[in-house]
Design a protein around this ligand. Structure first.
Ligand code: GLY
Ligand code: MN
Ligand code: MN
Length: 482
């Protein structure tokens, strides 16, 4: 079996995964294009640090190219004959000096075997190879509804001499990416496994007196050294204390640099990717290993919301309904804690849930952490209400979709102060009691699931109940000294 693995210790991923994706794509497009139409995709390019030469960033393949070919190198092109699904890779022809700086110059046969494609040619021969067989090129151009950026179609010198179709490929490929094959789910499961183990190592090593970035570093070390994950699929959020209420903490201006204190609640949102397949996991726990009654109450409210969504998620259910379900469970518990008051249905209408959970319940996950096609042209539009408008998809659930389930409860001063001044929402908020929670930070519990024919399957394997977390933090078998 031809497969990719970083080493004998990491998951083997068969090239059949990509053969199958190409077949699915050709099936979708056949009948809509001419007999001589070819799909043409361009791999990612190497990027460098500033204007420095010889200082490449660790390369990560462009996601659509990866989905079709699984090739790990930059600067390739890939073509697929829609009618027969014949696959062709075009690889750069390196100068002889390449061998001095970068090692062996592999021949065409090497790549044909490595990626189990039908033909391999040099990029410099692409024009003549395609001219001999293609009368139309299907190129990838479309709006990524998550980033709001438009993908760049493949380009090479001479492409203007072909008839080009920029309309068909993007919606077809993106829609297929929403539905994961069993082979893809295996890789996402593996990414979840290694990230879950790393989260456990973090819990076991955690103690007040460490800096947040030391745990970020431990997570990355664990997923790379044990799991072969060279990349995390987003910048690690290793937040403690009030930083846990900063939804995307850990960015360049807030680089996980706070000293972790006794009594802090931690919220660590960290996920590694393996062979471009992502995981996205958040764990929340007390820095000292023992929940206070308030920490446990907020944590349990979010966990209840997380589990209620997993119990209800199945084909036919709208993702927007799941978001509202999570809000309902959360607000019911906040009411029991006397943090909010009044009728929960009225609170939902007034969008009080978004004061505590301003982000969406979850998103598609795949070769991108916020995976594509949350808002296809023929699907439900983005809702306009607070909180719901942050959802990265509003679609109906179907078997094969992989999503995150990530309810949270945060005490964000700006949102609370704004709501205190808003008559529609202020009446539901117990201002005196909420004042005690300024500085608490927040809790996010983020799991990854696949929708099955009858419900959903959990892919994440971390301790979740208060008891499980406290027990995990007492263990020392994965503990690392700093
Ligand atoms: N880690 C980013 C997110 O949860 O969507
Ligand atoms: Mn997420
Ligand atoms: Mn996350």
């Amino acid at each position: 079996m031809v497969a990719y693995a970083l080493s004998s210790k990491t998951l083997s991923v068969p090239m059949k995964l990509f053969t199958k994706n190409r077949l699915r794509l050709c099936d979708q497009l056949a009948g809509k294009v001419s007999r001589k139409a070819f799909i043409l995709l361009q791999a990612g390019n190497d990027t460098y640090r500033g204007f420095t030469s010889d200082a490449e960033n660790a390369f990560r393949q462009e996601s659509n190219f990866h989905w079709c070919f699984g090739a790990i190198e930059p600067d390739f092109y890939g073509a697929i004959h829609v009618k027969t699904c014949k696959s062709i890779l075009f690889v750069p022809k390196h100068p002889p000096d390449y061998e001095i700086w970068c090692g062996v110059i592999h021949n065409l046969e090497h790549f044909k075997n490595k990626y189990e494609v039908d033909e391999v040619h040099y990029v410099c021969d692409m024009l003549s190879v395609l001219k001999a067989s293609a009368d139309e090129l299907l190129l990838l151009k479309g709006l990524n509804t998550d980033s709001n950026r438009i993908t760049e179609p493949a380009y090479f010198k001479g492409i203007d001499s072909f008839k080009q179709n920029l309309d068909l490929l993007y919606p077809a490929l993106s829609e297929l990416r929403v539905f994961k094959t069993p082979e893809e789910i295996e890789v996402i499961k593996y990414a979840n496994k290694i990230s879950s183990q790393a989260h456990k190592a973090v819990m076991q090593s955690m103690r007040p007196g460490l800096f947040e970035y030391q745990l970020e570093s431990l997570f990355q070390h664990h997923t790379y050294s044990k799991g072969g994950a060279r990349h995390v699929c987003y910048t690690c959020i290793a937040a403690s204390g009030s930083n846990a209420s900063i939804l995307h903490y850990g960015h360049a201006g807030e680089p996980n640099s706070k000293l972790i204190k006794d009594g802090d609640m931690c919220m660590f949102d960290m996920g590694a990717e393996y062979y471009c397949y992502c995981s996205d996991i958040s764990c929340s726990f007390p820095a000292n290993g023992k929940f206070t009654p308030d920490q446990a109450a907020i944590y349990n409210a979010v966990l209840k919301a997380n589990r209620a969504v997993m119990d209800a998620a199945k084909p036919g259910v709208m993702w927007t309904e799941m978001h509202v379900l999570a809000e309902r469970v959360l607000l019911t518990d906040l009411k029991a804690m006397n943090l909010v008051t009044g009728d929960v249905d009225e609170m939902l209408s007034a969008r009080v849930g978004a004061v505590f959970m301003p982000h969406g319940l979850g998103h598609f996950l795949g070769v991108d952490v916020h995976d594509v096609h949350g808002y296809p042209e023929d699907g439900p539009k983005r809702p306009s209400e607070a909180g719901l408008s942050s959802l990265r998809t509003a679609r109906e659930l179907k078997a094969g979709m992989v999503l995150t389930v990530e309810p949270g409860c945060y005490f964000i001063s700006k949102l609370l102060n704004d709501a205190f001044l808003d008559d529609n929402r202020a009446k539901f908020l117990n201002r005196d009691k909420l004042r005690d929670f300024f500085g608490f930070g927040g809790v996010r519990i983020e799991d990854n699931v696949v929708i099955t024919e009858t419900g959903c399957e959990l892919l994440t394997e971390v301790p979740r109940t208060v008891e499980e977390i406290e027990a995990e933090m007492k263990k020392t078998n994965l503990k690392v000294e700093f």
